[in-house]
Design a protein around this ligand. Sequence first.
Ligand SMILES: CC(C)(COP(=O)(O)OP(=O)(O)OC[C@H]1O[C@@H](n2cnc3c(N)ncnc32)[C@H](O)[C@@H]1OP(=O)(O)O)[C@@H](O)C(=O)NCCC(=O)NCCS
Length: 148
Amino acid sequence: MKKSTIIIKEDCLEDAILVSQQIPEFENAYPKSEYEKRLKGVKHLILTAYLSNKPVGFKIGYETPTKRNFYNWMGGVLPKYRQLGIAGNLLEHQEQWAIKAGFQRILVKTRRKHTAMIKLLQKHGFLQIGIIPYNPNKETRILYEKKL
Ligand SMILES: CC(C)(COP(=O)(O)OP(=O)(O)OC[C@H]1O[C@@H](n2cnc3c(N)ncnc32)[C@H](O)[C@@H]1OP(=O)(O)O)[C@@H](O)C(=O)NCCC(=O)NCCS
């Protein structure tokens, strides 16, 4: 798969939600109202990745209350299209946008069970900055940051 065949578009919330509803790891995908609630009135970035016009991946984030940091909230790639570099591509696009927008850091909260996400973050230079223990342990939240 050539990276050039992946097209990333901004502001296609409907397609991003469509993808989120097909990610098996998200047992209870958020309804559209949750996206609208979180994104309303704050600077945000909605990215959707397309292959042959089909939405296959997404990444959504928004500014934190201090307005200095960008919170990388949700993201995923459909199982059939994984390990093709799509999430990495979305992450890089988000990072470039966040730099241009003047943010100081990107923050991510993930769960221990999302091992592919953890590897992806490490590969892209995110550093672990905190842990919030949960029972069972696979639900433990892990916080990462990348200084921009
Ligand atoms: C995490 C996820 C978004 C990665 O998407 P992807 O498009 O397959 O990722 P990429 O192809 O860009 O992978 C880039 C890097 O991520 C890591 N990675 C991706 N899949 C991996 C896997 N199955 N096992 C280990 N590392 C993996 C690797 O570091 C990989 O780099 P490499 O190919 O050089 O080893 C995808 O697996 C997913 O949607 N998972 C379920 C949802 C999820 O966990 N979302 C995050 C919640 S916070």
